[in-house]
Design a protein around this ligand. Structure first.
Ligand SMILES: NC(=O)c1ccc[n+]([C@@H]2O[C@H](COP(=O)([O-])OP(=O)(O)OC[C@H]3O[C@@H](n4cnc5c(N)ncnc54)[C@H](O)[C@@H]3O)[C@@H](O)[C@H]2O)c1
Length: 484
């Protein structure tokens, strides 16, 4: 079996759960690989998940959206990426019953942008697409053989439908353009770094707070759980030994009912399950079981190492030692998640010692840690958790928006340059001036650079004059007036 050796890997979604373990593992085990992480820092992410890798010279973090074609193309070329491990996605089934458009946007469109960038740049030697067991739909309760990689895809909820849709695009780019793709479909994963909207960390945090553990429906649904380090190892194996064009299930034969997971958590916290477990309204649709045949991956040499008891204990120890890892996640701990814990709500790192450290590292030590993270405003700007970038804020609607958002602080491109100490060059126009008493026609007296625009006879001249005024108020600037 030929082994593949990557050089420069782009990992998407690695400020999230699984990919943070994969990234940290690859950086630890392969100091010769460059790892570039692209993550938009959605509500479920945490830069702290990448702490073990921060000081490594082969690590770089870029905050950004996989849906931005410009950014993705730039990264592939600038970082000479030869391998992509694509984890970024909206992942919470519960949320997909609400705003499912976000799932289509991030999971299908986002994947499409990545694939197109691979096609355009033509330098990718491996595209590892991370999918899920849920694309197979539910397994019959009495089935003794698990879904194998050629089984039909029959997703039952919007999340799994978008994951299946993304897979179709991946497959098509493999066939149409010869993109060297590999797809994985994994069982549920648990362990440190997981956002507490998911079952196991949610139960642990609720048990820590002495609150009831809510179970959707009657708790008879069966799930298969793999410990995160075992899954990270599976990705390491697939990266090096996986065959192009193939799909690999990452599974376990060990299954347990949701009610039994709750009971095991109660046991660890010495709680009485009879009083602590509460049954709540079920999801609109709740698959009974996902059972995978994992023979193909086992044939590559991977096997599950961590027992359920060991993994659950390690997970509990981690959450109890890091109770504030996620800040206030009360919305995620409700039986059904609230708006604030949903896609598109960016995580705020303001209060995090760690987030600030990352920002200052970016400024002071960029060659060593290569962190590219949002830089906080300058000391004179009032501290505010949100800032809005409004294009055209001097216009009518933009102006109204500006007033509404004033308390939060608004940004235009010139403000961004000021915040980052960048010189901004404006290619302005002489069409903002007209002859007047001080500059009569034929007098030879021209307008100077510092003169105020006096011609607003066209929308063009008017808006160009507005740009000048933004510059004067906002940033370090340089004008070049062109006389046409
Ligand atoms: N967690 C599981 O049990 C499980 C099981 C099987 C498969 N998977 C798959 O594994 C992958 C990772 O799952 P997870 O549980 O670690 O997810 P997660 O929700 O913990 O993390 C997802 C990460 O992706 C980022 N992200 C989302 N949309 C993005 C975008 N448009 N651009 C850039 N970044 C974006 C988020 O900020 C977040 O950091 C997903 O593709 C998921 O479908 C997960």
């Amino acid at each position: 079996m030929a082994s593949y050796t990557p050089k420069n890997i782009l990992i998407t979604g690695a400020a999230g759960f699984i990919a943070s373990h994969v990234a940290n593992r690859l950086i630890r085990n392969h100091p010769d690989y460059k790892i570039v992480i692209l993550d938009k820092l959605d509500y479920c992410s945490n830069l702290k998940n990448l702490l073990p890798s921060r000081s490594s010279p082969n690590f770089k973090f870029v905050k950004g959206d996989i849906g931005s074609a410009d950014l993705v193309n730039y990264l592939l070329i600038a970082e000479s990426i030869d391998t992509i491990m694509h984890f970024a996605a909206q992942t919470h089934v519960d949320n997909s019953f609400g705003n499912s458009f976000e799932f289509t946007k991030n999971n299908i469109y986002g994947t499409h942008v990545l694939l197109e960038a691979c096609k355009v740049t033509g330098q990718i030697k491996r595209f590892i697409h991370v999918s899920t067991d849920e694309v197979y739909g539910e397994t019959d309760e009495d089935a003794v053989v698990g879904n194998h990689e050629a089984s039909q895809l029959l997703p039952t909820n919007p999340y799994s439908a978008t994951k299946a849709g993304a897979e179709m695009l991946v497959m098509a780019y493999g066939r149409s353009y010869g993109l060297p793709v590999i797809t994985t479909r994994g069982n549920n994963v648990y362990g440190p770094n997981q956002f507490p909207e998911k079952l196991i960390p949610k139960f642990i945090l609720l048990a820590m707070a002495g609150k009831p553990l809510p179970i959707h429906g009657d708790g008879s649904n069966v799930r298969s759980y793999l410990y995160c380090e075992d899954v990270a190892e599976a990705f390491e194996v697939i990266l090096h030994k996986g065959e192009v064009g193939h799909v690999y299930n990452i599974g376990t034969k060990k299954e347990r009912r949701v009610i039994d997971v709750a009971k095991d958590v109660c046991k660890l916290f010495s709680l009485d399950p009879e009083t602590v477990i509460k049954f709540v309204e079920n999801r609109p649709f709740n698959d009974q079981r996902y059972f995978l045949d994992d023979q193909k991956l086992t044939n590559l040499g991977w096997s599950e190492r961590t027992t359920w008891e060991e993994g659950l204990k390690k997970t509990m120890d981690w959450y109890t030692s890091n109770p504030d890892w996620w800040g206030d996640v009360s919305g995620a701990l409700l039986p059904h998640p609230r708006m604030l814990m949903m896609p598109g709500i960016e995580r705020q790192f303001e209060g995090y010692e760690d987030g600030n450290a990352a920002a200052s590292q970016a400024k002071s030590n960029s060659t060593q840690t290569q962190m590219v993270v949002p830089v906080k405003g300058n000391p004179s700007t009032p501290k505010s958790p949100l800032k809005f970038l409004i294009y055209g804020r001097t216009g009518w609607i933009g102006g109204l928006l500006k007033t509404i958002c004033e308390k939060q602080g608004t940004l235009n491109l010139a403000d961004v340059c000021r915040e980052h100490g960048l010189l901004m060059m404006n290619f302005a126009t002489g069409c903002i001036f007209e002859y007047d008493a001080a500059h009569p026609e034929g007098s030879g007296i021209g307008f100077k650079e510092e003169d105020k625009p006096n011609f607003t006879g066209s929308f063009y001249s008017k808006t160009k004059a507005m740009v000048n005024s933004i510059f004067i108020f906002s940033c370090l600037y340089m004008y070049i007036y062109l006389t046409f």
